[in-house]
Design a protein. Structure first.
Length: 307
């Protein structure tokens, strides 16, 4: 092998080895850094594609072969996620979730309402916009429960409303039972503590508390929606299992929601237990730095299966 070929093969090999190692052994990275690496795994596609491009320019089979190793690993992990997993069939419950953030209710809510969700979960409702939110939703969503900065608005009757302690110091999680034609569905609305690059302790604590509350809930059909500040690929997301992520079940692609203008991660989720997800998608609304998440759920199918 000539010196020029070595000069190309060595850096390509180093980058390929680093990308492959991150894909295969990212769980070995400890603490908050580990969560950051987990969340960014899908974006390793960018350096990997650049690496394959550089290797292709060299027209050297060995160099191309080395560059393809992380590409193959990435494809094995994530290509199934890029497919359309929506299922045919009717749905009987459409759930939507949105972190309002700094958005004005009059701007953000109308596009979401045009999707006609049956249950709408909202986070970051401030004192300033609380009355506007309630006024806009009053006609279409006569049943609602709100506490702290989170709320559940429903077209269908709700009961058994209660706050959920996620160990954050104020109310950022609630639960209520929604009465559907096929039977009751327990709905949790939550906004977990933020996860920062150098600190995820608060997020991890609130996630564990929320997961424990959901797991202890005896309801056979349960939906958990909100801003969980946790990417699907984050190792901490496993705390929520066996709750199933609607996007993984019936979405297309990764379903990134933040930041809204150019989303690179999905902290917003709709999870379920005891239901069937027919479709999952995202929607950009004016003003919010999060995109909304929506899911069509089938209660009848699961009820029939149980019988």
């Amino acid at each position: 092998m000539g010196p020029v070929r070595k000069l190309v093969l060595i850096p390509v090999g180093v980058v390929a080895a680093a990308c492959s190692l991150l894909l295969l052994a990212h769980r070995a990275v400890p603490g908050s850094a580990g969560s950051l690496v987990d969340s960014g795994l899908p974006w390793l596609a960018v350096p990997i594609l650049l690496l394959v491009g550089v290797a292709a320019v060299t027209r050297r089979l060995r160099v191309v072969g080395v560059a393809l190793v992380p590409a193959i690993i990435w494809a094995a992990l994530f290509v199934p996620t890029l497919t359309d997993r929506a299922q045919t069939g009717d749905h009987d419950l459409r759930v939507a979730s949105l972190n309002l953030g700094r958005a004005a209710a009059g701007d953000a809510l109308p596009p979401l309402l045009r999707q006609r969700p049956d249950v709408l979960v909202l986070q970051e409702i401030t004192v300033a916009d609380r009355s506007a939110v309630t006024k806009i939703l009053a006609a279409g969503y006569p049943h609602h429960y709100e506490a702290g900065t989170v709320a559940i608005f429903s077209r269908l009757p709700i009961a058994d409303e209660q706050p959920v302690d996620i160990q954050i110091g104020w109310t950022r999680a609630i639960a209520a039972t929604v009465s559907t034609a096929a039977g009751p569905v327990r709905v949790y609305a939550a906004h977990l503590a933020s996860a920062r690059v150098d600190r995820t302790t608060g997020r991890d604590r609130t996630l564990a508390a929320l997961a424990a509350a959901a797991h202890a809930d005896p309801s056979p059909r349960l939906v958990l929606a909100g801003d969980l500040n946790t990417a699907t690929t984050d190792r901490q997301f496993a705390e929520l299992a066996p709750l199933r992520d609607s996007q993984e079940q019936a979405g297309t692609g990764f379903g990134f929601t933040w930041p809204a203008a150019l989303p690179v991660v999905r902290p917003d989720h709709i999870l379920e237990r005891g239901l069937l997800t027919r479709r999952s998608w995202t929607l950009r609304v004016p003003g919010s730095d999060h995109q909304a998440v929506l899911a069509d759920l089938d209660v009848v199918a699961t009820t029939s299966a149980a019988e």
